[in-house]
Design a protein around this ligand. Structure first.
Ligand code: HEM
Ligand SMILES: [Cu+2]
Length: 559
C-alpha cells in the first residue's frame, strides 16, 4: 500500500530507476529546456519595458531582430512567459512526477514524443509571425486586433499537444489501476491528472474561439468577428489557466517541500479536497474578467464574482496545509515558539528557500486578488498597473520562482550532473524576492494612482511627475530581477557543462510522507465521475445563458 513513495533508495537503486525512466526524464528535460529558453527571451523584454518606463529606450539596440518596439516586446513578454514557459514546464514536470509517482513509465512513449513534437511544431509556427511583428496582439489576442493565421494555428497546436498528455496519463492510470484495484491513487499522480483534466475542460473555450472565429477570420474565410463573444470564450479558458499554472506549483508544495523542510505533509485528504474544489470551481467564474464588458448581464457577472470567492477557499486550504507541514518540519528540526520555528527551516537549501519565498509573495498576491475579484473594487484597479503588480506576484513569482526552485533538484536527476553552486542558487532566490517585492509594490501603488497598464508610459504625453518618481523603483526592482535571472541561467549552464556527476543524495526525489495519509479520507475523494459531473453542470449553469445569448445574437460583422 505504498501510496506515498518513500525516499531513501540506495545509489544503485536510484541509478536503476533513472535508467528505467530514461525516456520520461528526457521528455521532461526537453520540455524544461524549451520553457527556460522562452523565459530568457520573455524576461529580457520585461526589463526593457521597465527601463522604457524610465525613458531609457533600449529598443533600438534590438532593432536588427525585433522591429516592433515596445508593443512587440510586450506581446513577446506575455506570450513567452505565461503561455510558452508555463505550458512547456508544466507538461515536462507532470510527465516526470506522474510517472515516478505511479512508479511506471508512460503507457505510450510514442504518444509522449508526439506530445512534445506537436507542441514544439506549434510553437515554431507561432514564433514566426511573433518575431516578424505580425502577431503583436498581446497574449490575450483579443479581436479586432488581428494576427497572422500562423500565430493562431500554432498556439492551437500547442494546446492540442497538451491534451495528448492527458490521454497518456489516463492510459497510464488505467494500467496502474488494473494492478492496484483497491489502492488510493498516489497523490502526485492524482494531482497531475486533476490538473490536466481541469485544463482540458477549460481549453474548450479558447479552442472554440480559435477554430470558429480567429482562424477562419485571419484566413479571410469569414468577413468579421465579434469582440465580446471572443473575449467570453477567451476568459472561459483565461481564468482557469491561472490554476493550470498554480496547481503544478502546489503539487511541489504538497508533495516535496514538506520533506525538504524536514517534515511531513500535514494532511493528504485535505490536499485532495482542495484540488477537487479547484477542478469544480476554476472554470465557471471567468466572467469576473469582463465586469466592464457591455452586452453581458449584470446578474451573471455577479454570480461569477460570488463563485470567485468560492475558489479562494481551496487556496486557503492549501495555505493552511502547507504552513502546517512547514511547522512540522521546523519543529522536527528543533524549532520552538509560536513562530520562531520558521528560523529552524533549512534556509541554506536553495530549492526550499526559493519555494518558501515564492509562498510568502504569493500570500500578498492572493490578498490583492480578493480586491480584483470584488465587483466594485475591480473598477478602481481595472487595466491599471495594479494588475501587472498583482500577477507578477502570482504567476511571475509563486509559479516562476517555485519552478526554478524545483529545477534545482530536478535538473541534477534528469541530467546526472551535480548542481553547479548552491550559493549562486540561494543568491538567485533572494534577489528575485527582493527585486519582485520592489517592482510589485510600486506597480500596485502606481495603479492606484491611475497609471494604465499595457502602455508605453515612457512615451506617453500624460506621464505624470509623481508617477516618474515611483517608476524609478520599478526600474530598480526590474534590474535586480534581471540579475536574479542571470544567476539562474549561469548556474544552469555551468551545471549542464560541468563534469561533476550527481551524487547519491542528488538522485533522491524528495517525496514527502503524510502525517494523515490518503486512507484517512473517504473513498469518494478517489472517484472521478461525481466531480466531473459537478464540474460540467456548474459550467453549463454559469455560462450557458450568456453564451447562448451571445452566440444567437452575434452578427459576426465587426471588421
Ligand atoms: C525580469 C523580470 C520581469 C520584469 C522586469 C517584468 C516587467 C513587466 C512590465 C513592466 C510589465 C507591464 C507592461 C505594460 O503593461 O505595458 C509586464 C507585463 C507582464 N508580465 Fe512581466 N516582467 C518580468 C517577469 C515576468 C514573468 C516571470 C512573468 C510570468 C511568468 C511575467 C508575465 C507578465 C505578463 C503576463 C504581463 C502582461 C502582458 C500584457 O499586458 O499583455 N513577467 N512585465
Ligand atoms: Cu480570473
Amino acid at each position: 500500500m505504498a501510496t506515498v513513495r518513500a525516499s531513501g533508495l540506495s545509489f544503485a537503486q536510484s541509478r536503476a530507476e533513472t535508467t528505467r525512466f530514461a525516456t520520461e526524464h528526457r521528455l521532461a528535460g526537453l520540455n524544461l529546456l524549451v520553457a527556460f529558453l522562452a523565459l530568457a527571451v520573455g524576461g529580457l523584454m520585461g526589463v526593457l519595458q521597465a527601463l522604457q518606463y524610465n525613458k531609457i529606450n533600449a529598443y533600438p539596440a534590438i532593432k536588427p531582430v525585433l522591429t516592433g518596439g515596445y508593443y512587440q516586446g510586450l506581446a513577446l513578454h506575455g506570450v513567452l512567459n505565461v503561455l510558452v514557459f508555463t505550458t512547456f514546464y508544466i507538461i515536462g514536470w507532470l510527465t516526470f512526477i506522474a510517472t515516478r509517482s505511479f512508479d511506471r513509465p508512460l503507457a505510450s512513449r510514442r504518444l509522449g514524443w508526439a506530445t512534445f513534437g506537436v507542441m514544439t511544431f506549434g510553437l515554431l509556427m507561432a514564433a514566426v509571425p511573433l518575431l516578424m511583428n505580425n502577431a503583436t496582439v498581446m497574449f490575450t489576442f483579443y479581436p479586432p486586433l488581428k494576427a497572422d493565421a500562423l500565430f493562431y494555428i500554432g498556439l492551437t497546436l500547442v494546446v492540442v499537444g497538451t491534451w495528448l498528455l492527458l490521454v497518456n496519463l489516463i492510459l497510464t492510470y488505467r494500467a496502474w489501476r488494473a494492478e492496484h484495484p483497491t489502492d488510493r491513487t498516489p497523490l502526485a499522480a492524482w494531482m497531475s491528472m486533476v490538473t490536466m483534466v481541469m485544463w482540458t475542460i477549460c481549453t474548450a473555450g479558447v479552442a472554440a474561439e480559435m477554430l470558429f472565429m480567429l482562424i477562419p477570420w485571419s484566413l479571410g474565410l469569414i468577413p468579421g468577428t465579434d469582440p465580446v463573444l471572443a473575449r467570453t470564450l477567451f476568459w472561459f479558458t483565461g481564468h482557469p489557466i491561472v490554476y493550470f499554472w498554480l496547481l503544478p506549483a502546489y503539487i511541489s508544495w504538497y508533495n516535496f517541500v514538506p520533506k525538504q523542510a524536514g517534515g511531513k505533509l500535514f494532511s493528504d485528504p485535505m490536499a485532495r479536497v482542495s484540488f477537487i474544489l479547484f477542478l469544480v470551481l476554476s472554470t465557471p467564474i471567468g466572467l469576473h474578467h469582463q465586469i466592464t464588458d457591455p452586452g453581458i448581464s449584470e446578474i451573471w457577472k455577479l454570480v461569477h464574482a460570488i463563485f470567485t470567492f468560492g475558489v479562494f477557499f481551496p487556496s486557503l486550504l492549501t495555505f493552511f496545509n502547507v504552513v502546517a507541514s512547514l511547522e512540522i518540519g521546523g519543529r522536527a528540526r528543533g524549532g520552538k515558539g509560536w513562530l520562531a520555528w520558521v528560523f529552524a527551516l533549512p534556509w541554506n537549501e536553495p530549492s526550499f528557500t526559493a519555494q518558501a519565498l515564492a509562498m510568502i509573495l504569493f500570500a500578498f498576491g492572493g490578498a490583492g486578488g480578493l480586491i480584483n475579484a470584488s465587483y466594485n473594487m475591480n473598477l478602481v484597479v481595472h487595466n491599471t498597473s495594479w494588475i501587472s503588480g498583482h500577477f507578477h506576484l502570482t504567476v511571475g513569482t509563486a509559479v516562476t520562482l517555485s519552478f526554478m526552485g524545483v529545477a534545482y533538484w530536478l535538473v541534477p536527476i534528469i541530467t546526472g550532473k551535480q548542481l553547479f553552486s548552491k550559493k549562486l542558487a540561494l543568491a538567485q532566490a533572494w534577489t528575485w524576492f527582493v527585486g519582485m517585492s520592489l517592482f510589485s509594490h510600486f506597480m500596485h501603488t502606481l495603479g492606484l494612482m491611475g497609471m494604465p497598464r499595457r502602455t508605453d508610459i515612457g512615451a506617453a504625453p500624460y506621464l505624470k511627475p509623481e508617477w516618474s518618481a515611483l517608476l524609478v523603483y520599478v526600474g530598480i526592482g526590474a534590474v535586480i530581477m534581471f540579475v536574479s535571472a542571470f544567476l539562474f541561467y549561469l548556474n544552469m549552464v555551468l551545471t549542464l557543462t560541468s563534469k561533476k556527476p550527481a551524487t547519491d543524495a542528488d538522485y533522491q526525489i524528495p517525496w514527502s510522507k503524510a502525517a494523515s495519509g490518503p486512507e484517512d479520507g473517504p473513498v469518494i475523494l478517489d472517484r472521478w465521475k461525481p466531480w466531473l459531473a459537478i464540474s460540467v453542470v456548474l459550467i453549463v449553469l454559469n455560462y450557458g445563458p450568456t453564451l447562448f445569448q451571445l452566440i444567437s445574437t452575434s452578427p459576426f460583422n465587426i471588421p
